[in-house]
Design a protein. Structure first.
Lengths: 165, 189
């Protein structure tokens, strides 16, 4: 079980000011919970690559953003991840919906190839990542945030299951 | 009108706005401006300057943000027009320099040359105001008013290349990004 309120508590603990996101299956239950948060700015984008540049701009303006996208969108975002998030050394917490992870973990055929390529791609970019599967794992979100600040690079928290109410 | 004339006019009217540039404009703008609130994005994610400007505008609502984009760059990321209009920062002005070619790669025509209308796209996306300029005198006259309007605002300028060799000087974007962050953070205290 992974509850939105537990995630939001972690984001607040990190001092996150803005959530930049494009909805996906793993994070759809976050939507209402985030909308209800008065202290968090909420910036929807049309394609995941935008999220990295919006986040970089927020950071340049002195804010502390997080991006919330799916692994499929991570693949689309290659050049802006390279040139903007990594190129400007933005200490960015990336929460990434890990489509297909549970099937892959169980040894079943995933819905598509998204899960297969996720960790190899992150390793290729040199981006550290952490698996978030249950509420017990959510402390890793604050750890990932702290790591991003320390190394001044993006760090991924991989949301391995759908959030549930 | 030529791009260098447009940039000189912008520099003349600009006061304390953040100015973000990319591609050929980024190579030319430093000749007219050395402000601590400039960020010339060379080598960053292609097509993603307007999204970066959206982030800066949201982070710094009390300061105008001018994004100087190219037409080829705009075509790479048209969805951001909707993202900007949806978030609707009143302090953001997105300029698109239309030369209808990929200048830095040798002058190949962009898709939609002579057909696509960027201002119509921005209007359809929901920008508060859109403007189109092909005459330098009109641009010089209207720019002070545009800088005072509540946005988001979209401005196209049909500007031919300046006819000068573009600078090949490397821009240290990592240091420049941190310098802008320092300046903006300090100015908000």
């Amino acid at each position: 079980m992974l509850q939105p309120k537990t995630i939001i508590e972690q984001l607040k603990k990190c001092g996150i000011t803005h959530v930049v996101w494009l909805p996906d299956s793993e994070s759809k239950f976050m939507y209402d919970a985030l909308q209800a948060e008065q202290d968090l700015g909420f910036i929807p984008v049309c394609r995941e690559g935008e999220a990295f540049a919006v986040a970089a701009g927020l950071w340049m303006g002195g804010k502390t953003p997080v991006i919330l996208i799916q692994n499929t969108g991570l693949f689309e975002s290659g050049d802006v991840l390279r040139g903007t998030a990594l190129g400007l050394e933005v200490p960015l917490l990336m929460m990434i919906g890990y489509r297909g992870y549970m099937e892959m973990k169980a040894g079943k055929q995933p819905f598509d190839t998204a899960a297969v390529y996720t960790e190899p791609i992150l390793n290729t970019w040199g981006i550290p990542f952490h698996h978030i599967e249950t509420d017990a794992d959510t402390a890793k979100i604050a750890e990932a945030f702290k790591q991003a600040q320390e190394i001044s690079r993006p760090v991924a928290a991989l949301i391995c299951v759908e959030y549930n109410e | 009108m030529r791009r260098d004339e447009v940039l000189q006019t912008l520099a003349k009217h600009r006061t304390n706005e953040v100015v973000l540039t990319t591609m050929s404009v980024a190579q030319e703008w430093p000749a007219y401006s050395q402000s601590e609130f400039d960020f010339n994005a060379i080598g960053t994610g292609m097509g993603h300057l307007p999204d970066m400007a959206l982030g800066v505008a949201v982070a710094c609502p009390d300061r105008k943000v001018l994004c100087l984009n190219g037409d080829g760059s705009m075509l790479m990321n048209l969805g951001v027009l909707v993202s900007i209009a949806n978030t609707a920062p009143t302090n953001l002005i997105l300029f698109v320099f239309e030369n209808e070619i990929y200048e830095v790669t040798g002058g190949q025509p962009i898709p939609g040359r002579g057909r696509a209308n960027f201002a119509a796209m921005a209007q359809g996306a929901g920008f508060a105001h859109t403007f189109e300029f092909s005459d330098l005198t009109a641009f010089d006259k209207e720019l002070p008013t545009i800088l005072r309007l509540e946005g988001p605002i979209f401005v196209t300028v049909q500007a031919a290349p300046s006819g000068k060799p573009l600078s090949t000087k490397a821009i240290p974007v990592r240091a420049a990004a941190r310098a802008l962050r320092d300046s903006l953070t300090r100015s908000q205290r």
